[in-house]
Structures are given as C-alpha cells and as structure tokens.
Design a protein around this ligand. Structure first.
Ligand SMILES: Nc1nc2c(ncn2[C@@H]2O[C@H](COP(=O)(O)OP(=O)(O)O)[C@@H](O)[C@H]2O)c(=O)[nH]1
Ligand SMILES: [Mg+2]
Length: 250
C-alpha cells in the first residue's frame, strides 16, 4: 500500500561542514524510506550531527559507526549489508554532499519499484539539453576516460559508473556481491557492477536487461571533494586490480 521498504546508505567521512541534514531528511517524505548513515571514523563532529539528525526521526534513521576510517568502499558495503539485514526490498547508496539531488535519487527508486525485473538502477551524468550537469571540463574529460575504461573492463555498455547514486533490489545477487570486501577503495562501483554481472556459485549473473541507467536532471560538482589528482590516478590504477580480481570471482 505504501510501496516497498527502502534503505538508503549515506557514507560520511568528515562531512560535518557539508552535511545538509534538512535536505537529506527530506527523503523521509517517501513512505517506508530509512536512511542508513555510515560514519566512517570521522573526527570532525560528523557523529554529533548525525545523532542530532537521528533525534528528529529516530525510527527512520540508523547510524553505523566505524571505529576508524575504512574508505568509502567499505563504508558503503557495511551500510548495504545492514540494509539487507534489516529486510528492505530496495537499497542503494547516495553521496552525502548531495551532488546528485534527492529528487533524482527518488527517480531511481521509482524506476526500481515500477519494474520488478530491475536489479540495478544507476544514476548517470549525461549533458543533455534541459539537464543541468555542472562540472569542470577537466573532471568531465577525466571522468569520460575512466568511464570508457570501466565499460570496456566490464564488457558492459554502461555510460557512467561513478555517479554517487545507485539503487539495487535486495536479493541473493546483491547479497553475494557485497559479502566480501572490495579490493578497490574508490572504484568499488565498478567492482560491484562486475561482481553482479558475473554471478557466483548458485547465484545467477545479473543480465544487462536487469540494469537501467537513468540520466539525472541535475548534478553539480560540490566543493570539498576528496578526489584529488593523486587519488584519481590511484583510482584509475585500481581498474587493473579489479580486472584481476574479477577474473577469479566465482
Ligand atoms: N566512508 C567514506 N566515505 C567517504 C570517504 N571519502 C569520501 N566519502 C564519501 O563519499 C561521498 C563522495 O565524496 P566526495 O569527496 O564528494 O567525492 P566525489 O564526489 O567522488 O569527488 C561523500 O558521501 C563522502 O562523505 C571515506 O574515506 N570514507
Ligand atoms: Mg562529491
């Protein structure tokens, strides 16, 4: 009657300055949506801001606290495992800086809800007329290079693996794909898609027809990103590690 139960993971590492709690809590207008914040060893007061947020909707907000900074990949994985364990029908993750607006996340959830065969719904940043995709030229072209390399690695015609908003149907396919830590710290989205696409013993691969990319209406490069040039290079190098790991993933 009120739609599926939804658990959205928001990884946070030292986000005290960027967290816009009011906008994030706006997501709770969606019936049965629960926010799973993962505080990844923050030392800047993020924890206190999350506790304050939770006091505004105690039954709709979870806080998972990691004792030390494990990186976005492990933080997201921890949150997704918790969301699956809680029995949500749909889960996903969403960057704390709201680079993707909440309205676009809700559109991903709507797509997954409307079409039960979909297992993966990804937000994609495509500069279409009438859409507002704001990012530096440098970040755009580097991003396109990375996306093309990822698409070749995955043998998947995916346009954008790195947008920080993704939604999944909970089930054995997702659960087996997040059961083990990722080998990558930043390119884990690629690794996750690769695992889903490969399947595992007793778990069927997710076919291309169960994946959907939804172009976002808005996306803006929010200041304060931790993706500096050195990290970008490391992330690109991670693609090789992922390729090797996926070759033996079964
Ligand atoms: N858990 C965790 N999350 C992180 C870490 N670094 C960044 N994030 C989160 O990942 C999301 C995107 O981070 P951001 O720095 O904006 O990266 P970018 O948008 O990809 O350039 C935000 O929700 C951050 O809080 C980290 O070390 N650990
Ligand atoms: Mg960002």
């Amino acid at each position: 009657m009120h739609g599926p139960s939804i658990g959205i993971v928001v990884p946070c590492f030292d986000e005290a300055a960027r967290l816009d709690i009011d906008r994030l809590l706006g997501l709770l207008e969606r019936p049965r949506l629960v926010l799973h914040f993962v505080d990844d060893g923050s030392t800047d007061g993020t924890g206190a801001r999350l506790v304050e947020a939770q006091s505004r909707a105690p039954d709709r907000i979870r806080i998972h606290t990691l004792a030390w900074n494990r990186g976005k990949a492990e933080a997201v994985r921890t949150g997704l495992i918790a969301a699956c364990a809680e029995g949500h029908a749909i889960t996903g993750y969403f960057d704390a800086d709201l680079a993707t607006p909440t309205a676009d996340l809700l559109r991903l959830i709507d797509a997954a809800t409307a079409e039960p065969t979909l297992i993966t719904v990804l937000a994609s940043r495509v500069g279409l007329l009438g859409h507002r995709i704001v990012r530096s030229r440098r970040r755009h072209y580097l991003g396109r290079l990375f996306a093309t390399a990822s698409s070749l690695l995955l043998h998947l015609p995916v346009y954008d693996t790195q947008c920080g908003a993704k939604v999944f149907r909970v089930g054995p396919q997702l659960e087996s794909a997040i059961a083990e830590p990722f080998v990558s710290r930043w390119a884990f989205d690629v690794e996750l898609l690769g695992r889903l696409g490969k399947g595992r013993a007793g778990v069927a691969p997710v076919p291309v027809t169960a994946m959907l990319e939804v172009p976002v209406w808005e996306w803006s490069d929010v200041a304060g990103s931790r993706l500096d040039p050195v990290t970008s290079l490391r992330t690109a190098a991670e693609l090789w590690t992922i390729r090797r790991r996926l070759a033996t993933w079964r």
